[in-house]
Design a protein around this ligand. Structure first.
Ligand code: PHE
Length: 391
């Protein structure tokens, strides 16, 4: 037959399935024992033998082989003691068992063949009897499940269970939330997909502001009406969301992901995490801001950490600063902060003459890298367990 032709292959598959699939009439495929019985019948019909008829030693031995195979196959399928007893009667039954029928053939063997025939007969009988005993033991031990359980060597050393743990960034987030909670700041969440109002406008970042440049933001292909949506570029969005829904006094902290199309390097990644803090009360000053930042830094990094402000600019704070922390003899740039701009307070319906507040934002990766001595923030996202296991 030519090989490798697709149409040959298809027709072969079709004809094969026509032969082997069970039909409505022929419901169950023959069990191994039935199949072997059929073989026995075709080899030599033992049932009809009468004692004393001449039997060739070859066909006698063939009977023994078939008997052993059939018994083994039948025992394989035995699931309970009733099945075992049924098989015992069929194969080893003293009156009409298949072994008994073969025994009757012994006398038909030529005299010279009888000793050999008897030896093979006893051997087959012994082997099949032993098989029955083994199955009886297996059933007594609790069936197949018992057999599996018995196969487990409980004296072998166990497999160590490897416990996972929380990612270092998540650990950092939880630690900051804990510290801030002690200072009375409640943790809140905001959405990562934002609209123009919360990411820019309410934060006094007008339409023409360079911070809204499509090259500096991940705008989405979907929009809400005519308002394009984007992945938030800062967690300051949450300040607006909270102030829109609550009245002062407020102390909240929000930690979450932000997105900027930065090229990944040792200190940048297109997705990172920010801590956003916001406090709105009567009579808030920059001194309050500085002491909160100093508390946060000292608790997080350990020891007495100094904080320094450098003048800066953010559209939504006035005055604005960037703040550094001195730790291990070095000043490290940490984030941005300032007094909430009166325009922002007005945008959410607060009275800037009545309340004031401060806000700050800092990168979670930055403080985590500082605390754990990680030189490259990309390591946090490589998911190399050899790295992650250290925390
Ligand atoms: N949102 C600013 C940033 O992402 C940080 C900031 C937060 C500045 C709050 C001032 C007040 O850079």
């Amino acid at each position: 037959m030519p090989r490798g032709r697709p149409w040959d292959c298809r027709s072969r598959l079709r004809s094969r399935s026509a032969v082997t699939l069970p039909t409505g009439r022929d419901e169950a495929a023959p069990t191994p024992a039935e199949a072997v019985s059929a073989k026995v019948a075709s080899v030599q019909p033992v049932g009809g033998e009468t004692a004393g008829q001449p039997v060739a030693i070859e066909s006698f031995l063939a009977e023994l082989v078939v008997f052993r195979e059939a018994a083994a196959a039948a025992l394989d399928g035995v699931a309970d003691s009733a099945g075992l007893e049924q098989a015992r009667i069929e194969f080893l039954g003293a009156r009409s068992g298949r072994l008994k029928a073969i025994q009757k053939l012994l006398s038909g063997l030529a005299l010279a063949d009888r000793p050999a025939g008897g030896r093979h007969f006893n051997e087959a009988k012994g082997a099949v009897t032993a098989l029955f005993a083994a199955v009886a033991d297996r059933l007594a031990a609790g069936g197949a499940a018992g057999a599996t359980a018995a196969a487990i060597d409980v004296t072998l050393p166990g497999e160590p269970v490897r416990l996972g743990h929380v990612h270092p960034i998540t650990q950092t987030i939880r630690r900051v939330q804990e510290i801030m909670a002690r200072l009375g700041f409640e943790s809140v969440d905001g959405p990562e997909v934002e609209d123009q109002w919360h990411n820019f406008e309410a934060l006094a970042i007008p339409a023409e502001h360079p911070a809204r440049d499509p090259l500096d933001n991940f705008y989405l292909a979907v929009a809400r009406g005519s308002d394009p949506l984007l992945l938030r570029s800062q967690t300051s969005t949450v300040q607006i969301r909270v102030m829109e829904n609550r009245q002062p006094p407020l102390r909240i902290v929000s930690l979450g992901r932000v997105y900027r199309p930065d090229t990944a390097d040792a200190t940048h990644y297109p997705m990172f995490h920010q801590v956003e803090g916001l406090l709105i009360e009567r009579g808030t000053t920059m001194a309050h801001l500085k002491s909160v930042l100093r508390q946060l830094a000292s608790s997080f990094l350990g020891g007495d950490v100094h904080v320094r402000f450098r003048p800066s600019f953010f559209p939504f704070t006035e005055p604005s600063v960037e703040f550094d922390m001195e730790w291990g003899g070095r000043w490290i740039e940490m984030g941005g902060a300032g007094m909430v701009d009166p325009a922002v307070l007005a945008a959410v319906g607060y009275d800037p003459e009545d309340v004031s507040g401060f806000a700050f934002g800092l990168g979670v990766e930055r403080i985590a890298a500082r605390r754990y001595g990680v030189a490259d923030i990309r390591d946090f996202y490589r998911n190399d367990v050899r790295f992650l296991r250290q925390f």
